[in-house]
Write a protein that binds this ligand. Sequence first.
Ligand code: COA
Length: 331
Amino acid sequence: MSMIERVYAKARADVKRIVLPEGDEERTLLAAARLKAEGLAEPILLGNEAAVRAEAARVGADLTGLTVLDPETSEKTESYAEALYELRKAKGLSREAAGSLARDVMYYGILMVKLGDADGLVSGAVHTTGDMLRPALQIIKMKPGIHIVSSSFLMNCPNHALGDEGLLVYADCIVNPCPTAEELAEIAVTSAYTARDLCGVETPRVALLSFSTKGSASHELVTKVQKAVELAHALAPELLLDGELQPDAALVPEVGARKAPGSAVAGKANVLIFPDLQSGNIAYKLTQRIGGAEAYAVLQGLAKPCNDLSRGCSVQDIVNTAALTAVQAQA
Ligand SMILES: CC(C)(COP(=O)(O)OP(=O)(O)OC[C@H]1O[C@@H](n2cnc3c(N)ncnc32)[C@H](O)[C@@H]1OP(=O)(O)O)[C@@H](O)C(=O)NCCC(=O)NCCS
């Protein structure tokens, strides 16, 4: 069974309510109808109800049994506005501004998750990453003990000799442009737990990547990764984690044995931690486009799950992301 098939099976076993703020968007509507029909989630669509239903009819999405809510007219909008005001007044948000933000589909959806009226949120077919991430960070905030929200890309590679039978977890490819050593260490540990808890990887082997392997080059960027390795060991001494490693030393057994002899990770890494957002984002797109891998993105570290789509996403991408979000919500 592939990683995503395992995710589907888990999602069906304990169905969660997933709010889709872009309720009048074609791919979102088709995905919502599939999520409901296939028992993967209980989708909640946001938007002007007449517009949502008209677009659903136009694209042939069956909304039978689905909830559609309009933040402009919902009976909960006032209480959500009040909750938002209480959460953000210390940051200078006025009651009036909270009232108008609560009428925005993104804020309304995030407040639903915060206040327990939905279990998770998926958006991004229309909105940018920042449009969702900023309110999610401000309102939902982090799990206890977590200091930084980041992302993992679950890369399902056609070459099953790599990673965990072809599955590699890449982080961080979405959120943090330039993490410090402390932040990189936390991203490494959180990503190992995503590999284990969400993807079913029994033994995460985490490689902190660089252009240097075990001191082969010296530069302040290499020193930062070396420091992150030390800090990550201290955060989670039980994890198999090593660095700094180049990708070939991390992934290819013969190269790993030559460049990092004795390492428990080199040559068999299944979680790859990139030193910054440029390298992570570029690497996942190259793996997808040149390497033919399927890529699934999740945010990690938020107190409740919210996930982002690419604006070029397909209906299948939305279904997959909603199923992953539902499984995150079960935890
Ligand atoms: C995450 C992001 C939205 C933060 O935006 P920003 O303009 O820097 O926002 P701010 O600095 O005002 O932060 C907003 C809040 O989020 C918090 N925050 C920012 N980054 C955070 C992180 N990684 N983890 C946890 N909290 C974070 C801030 O502390 C702040 O909280 P507060 O308002 O309660 O004090 C921004 O870094 C971003 O857009 N990243 C994505 C980059 C991108 O475009 N990636 C696309 C790749 S596909």
